[in-house]
Design a protein around this ligand. Sequence first.
Ligand code: M6R
Length: 607
Amino acid sequence: MCGIFGFIGNRSAAPLLVDGLRRLEYRGYDSSGIVVKNGSLQVHKKVGKVSELSKILPDHIEGNMGIAHTRWATHGGVTDFNAHPHLSEDGNIALVHNGIIDNAKGLRKRLQERGFELSSETDSEALVHMISIGIESGQSPLESVRKTLTRITGTWGLCVLFKEHDLIICARNGSPLILGQGEGESFVASDPHALTQHTQNFFFLEDGDMAILTKDRIEISRLEGGISSTSMTVVEDEWGQADMAGFPHFMLKEIHEQPEALRRCIAGRLDMANGSAKLGGLRLQPLRLRTVPHVRLIGCGTALNACNIGRLAIESLARIPAVAHVASEFRYNDPVINPNAIHFAVSQSGETADTLSAVKEIQLKGGDVHGIINVVGSSIARMCAQGVYIHSGPEQAVASTKAFTNMVASLLLFAIKIGRTRTFSREKGQSIIKDFEKIPELMEKYLSNPGPIDEAVELVKNAKSVLFLGRGLSAPVASEGALKLMEIAYIPCLAYPAGEMKHGPIALLEDGSPVVVILPNDKHRQKTIASMHECRARGARIILIHEEGDDEAAEEADVSIPVPPCNYLLSPLLTVVPTQLIAYRVALELGCDVDRPRNLAKSVTVE
Ligand code: M6R
């Protein structure tokens, strides 16, 4: 989603701004722009990738301060005019904004009545004109922004640059903004890993914070007045350069990083001695685990699929009700919150607005939420202040892969921990832990010989739609496979619990329809095979992801993709990998932009 980067110091701003935008590219956007102060404010903006913007930039742009933006359209089409930064009419103030101004329509109308000519269709542009009214009436930069923000409703992460002042004003409400303090220079970004190469000294702005950035100083105050309690955090988690390590795409690189990422996630957490799991970030004592009435898991997209695996594992191992919720629905259904229940907010970015709202709703009603998060220091991680970091490392491709497997792994660890407290013996726990330890190696084994993915691609690439089926823990794996193929190859996909297929989706099947069936060797195997037969009988072509050695099932498939045998509880960690490879290869075949699929954003920071 939209990205912000800003710099003030002694170095040339333009190259830093463009580099900052490149680091934000993975978030998904449709246009970008920069403004640099050099006497006047020089704005350059362009529809398309940052490389398109680079093409129109002069060879050298003087100036040691500026702000930059990547836009993901919400109000107004994808045009150069609608791209940020927006300028005041006199050209003395420039603004970039993430978020949504709910009362923009009324504000724009009032500005037009006062004689302002708006040059874009965006909600954001209104803000820069309102700030300019404040400046003309003698207000300071901070006051003009403050007064403007008190008149708007909605969400913002914004930065403002002034021709007459050597500073940047920033403000946050609902859209992340992080400030970085270097030696004689200051930075601002919407994403911490755009800053880590410049400094480790971060200020994570809270909702309602405002800041003045000069090259030597960062001063944070509150929108309502007074000093903010936001203090500096030293971040040691170096996300490193976004390089592809020899892979043609981030997605493929991240698929192959899964064994290593999983090792990081489980390192020090498998408690062989006790047949349990150690999750230090959870503030849950054994007595609480024994008496908890239920567990609720909340997430979006891939995180939701991971939640659905987590809930089945928790219910199965701990014999306690567990439910997964779509985050965007949660808050609006006025949920009943039991303060004794355990809630998990699951998110790769830790910035997803829908999930963040759910966390706020739970906390508002006295509930306790733990985060299952990848990005250290992200908004959800800070808001929960307890939970599990999944340690996937930076995930750059919009399509989530290694975060999914580590979310699943983290939730399985929790399921083992709570199950061990409530229901099963040390010996049973030890046997699961022993199996868990082997998974990274089994993933490597599979990735070194991924089976006939090309044949699956041939069946899928020209299909009108693709059906994904699985039962039990494999039903959410089917959903994840469908989501992946749909989001990067733009093929309509449907995922169903295999048994439910005959209650509707079977009507879609015709001669040659591809059906992907997830078939680990678990208690559902026979039933899933029966569903596969029903599909075959209607002319469907079966792509079967099954346990190595299950020749009986493999013989019935058009394309059979074996994965190494493992404990059924851990099978999603392996069976999902072929679905990721199929999606990747189909998208390539169809000439799609694998890492940055159309219309999508990596981090969805608007509701
Ligand atoms: O950062 P989050 O995990 O909260 O993101 C949630 C979804 O937006 C995300 O998983 C999305 O569905 C991905 N593009 C899936 O690959």
